[in-house]
Ligand binder design. Structure first.
Ligand SMILES: *Cc1c(COP(=O)(O)O)cnc(C)c1O
Length: 368
């Protein structure tokens, strides 16, 4: 780890350790070779531990959105209910719509979670075969109650397609234990890998559904991923260099222990909440967007008072050598987003929060 590690707190991509970056300097190898199969075999056990699954974990050269599209193409048949509470859950709904299924949205406000009761009401008489759920909505910092929502969807006979792009490897996701039918994620958030790999798991029932669907397309055909992975291969040319990085990082994650990794993220989130409370006590008029009990352990959205532009806060932070994000899309100037995920520690986060306290004194104080 270099001394400069610990200054980059975007909620994706996240900071990547030097050891992981250096792994990408390995030579090119043919993708139908035993060497490449060995790389895949190094990656799989760690991925299975993180996903908490006995199923193989697909590795695609794509960003997380690609794996979300694979989920829709594999699972969605005719009528889909999309739970929308921010920009990324909105994207899931868009994918379903553009893949040609009948789409119904269950919208709640940005910053709100979906409750099992709301889902139950929406499912009743809706005849949905699929429900899309975003676990950790990175545009708001809301963590949806995934286990309970999946249970309700199943009670009504639907399968769930889950976006865990910013939660997987930072928050508990029990793919098999919660009977999640299709789970999609990407490399560049809590895995602390460079962007460019997407990971996904499909339960056997999904493969059956996919086999009966002739609009699976080619690139994201789940059956091709499944068939190739039986030989530790991928349907097309894998992102060789990124897979070298993934091999090193997955082994590091196994050494840390998945539950320890979740606990480290919980500790960073708690530290962030305590700091926001401190700032509020000092009269800065800031707050956490997500309600208590529904906060993502990987990203916190802190609302700033009216008259303050979040982009100005981010610029002042940047001038001090650190990076955080403003709000996403339409919420750009209303909040800052701190990505306390990946390989960061509470100690590194503390350095950022000290800087942010100084920035608040400079940028927010005149508005207090
Ligand atoms: C980052 C993110 C995505 C999109 O991922 P890409 O890798 O940019 O395609 C989707 N969902 C959530 C929750 C995310 O945080």
């Amino acid at each position: 780890m270099t001394s400069s590690f610990g200054r980059f707190f975007l909620p994706g991509p996240t900071e990547v350790r030097r050891e992981v970056l250096e792994a990408m300097l390995g030579p090119m190898i043919g993708h139908r070779t035993v060497e490449m199969e060995a790389v895949m075999e190094r990656i799989q056990p760690g991925l299975q531990q993180v996903f908490r699954t006995g199923r193989p974990v697909y590795v695609a050269p794509a960003s997380g959105t690609g794996m979300m599209e694979m989920g829709i193409r594999s699972v969605a048949r005719r009528r889909v209910l999309s739970l929308v509470n921010g920009a990324f859950s909105e994207r899931f709904a868009r994918i379903a719509e553009l893949c040609g299924v009948e789409l119904v949205r269950l919208d709640v406000g940005w910053g709100e979670p979906h409750t099992p009761e709301q889902l139950g009401d929406a499912m009743a008489g809706g005849d949905f075969d699929t429900v899309t759920i975003c676990h950790s909505e990175t545009s708001t910092g809301v963590l949806n109650p995934l286990e309970a929502l999946a249970r309700v969807a199943h009670e009504y006979g639907a399968m769930v397609c889950v976006d865990t792009v910013s939660s997987m490897a930072g928050a508990r996701v029990e793919t098999d234990g919660w009977e999640l039918d299709f789970v999609a994620t990407g490399s560049q958030k809590s895995f602390a890998l460079p962007p460019g790999l997407a990971f996904g798991v499909a339960q056997p029932a999904v493969l059956e559904r996919a086999a009966a669907n002739d609009r699976r397309g080619l690139y994201f055909d789940v059956l091709e991923f499944e068939r190739n992975l039986e030989k530790s291969q991928t349907p097309n040319t894998p992102a060789v260099s990124l897979m070298y990085a993934a091999a090193v990082q997955m082994e590091a994650i196994v050494r840390e222990g998945v539950e320890n990794r979740w606990a480290r993220h919980d500790a960073m989130a708690e530290r962030t909440y305590a700091w926001v409370a401190e700032m509020r006590d000092q009269g800065y008029g800031v707050d956490i967007l997500a309600p208590e009990g529904y906060r993502s352990p990987t990203v916190t959205c802190v609302t700033v008072p009216e008259g303050v532009r979040a982009t100005d806060v981010c610029a002042a932070v940047h001038a001090r050598g650190f990076v955080i994000a403003p709000g996403y899309g339409k919420a750009k100037d209303a909040m800052i987003r701190i990505g306390h995920m990946g390989d960061h520690t509470v100690q590194e986060l503390d350095a950022l929060l000290d800087i942010l306290s100084d920035v608040f004194a400079e940028v927010l104080a005149p508005h207090g």
